[in-house]
Design a binder for this molecule. Sequence first.
Ligand SMILES: C[S@@+](CC[C@H](N)C(=O)[O-])C[C@H]1O[C@@H](n2cnc3c(N)ncnc32)[C@H](O)[C@@H]1O
Length: 205
Amino acid sequence: MLSNKGFDLWADDYDKSVDIYDNNESYPFAGYKMILNEIYNRILMNSYKSILDVGFGTATLISKLYNNGYEIYGQDFSKRMIEIAQEKMPNANLFNGDISNGLVDELLLHKYDVIIATYSLHHLTDLKKVTFLKSLIKQLNEGGVIYIGDVAFNSRNEHDKCMKEVGDEWDKDEFYFVIDEFLHYFPEIKFEKFSNCSGLITLKK
Ligand SMILES: C[S@@+](CC[C@H](N)C(=O)[O-])C[C@H]1O[C@@H](n2cnc3c(N)ncnc32)[C@H](O)[C@@H]1O
């Protein structure tokens, strides 16, 4: 599992390395740009105002929304990622904090129309994901939505099949969404597949 220091070291090369995996349609970033574009377009189609991004990284998605005039909030635990993101979005409200401890106090003071988490929640165990997602739902305005783009599968069989195909490249320290196993906690969860290893998860208030 990468620590905040590990992400600090990865930050300056992050966009380049994601691009390589995405362009080769390979795990873990196959479908990355398609998923981010889909989230972007869905947000633009609605009359949302405030957006929270958890684990925003280099702000690839959220900075495009910032440039469209949305009120942007975010939490990440990598100092370098925060510096890169803040440079792209000088007026965004960005905070340093570990999501495994929940949202920082400053972010709990607000409610959001949209909460985004792309490729960040797989750093939490499934139980921590459930607790965190329940807390995020409470932070949504009426009619609000959570978009999660990540490595994700419909079933454990699908997950294991991909793990076999990927072989040694598979990251055993990450915990990917298996949607079947989240239905019990979030009966309304929606999953759309974007590649053999990724998809878009939607949760509504
Ligand atoms: C793989 S990057 C994804 C960045 C961006 N959302 C994207 O889609 O490109 C994961 C991001 O989540 C952050 N992150 C990972 N674990 C975290 C944690 N426990 N608390 C806060 N941020 C975390 C990392 O610092 C990094 O910026």
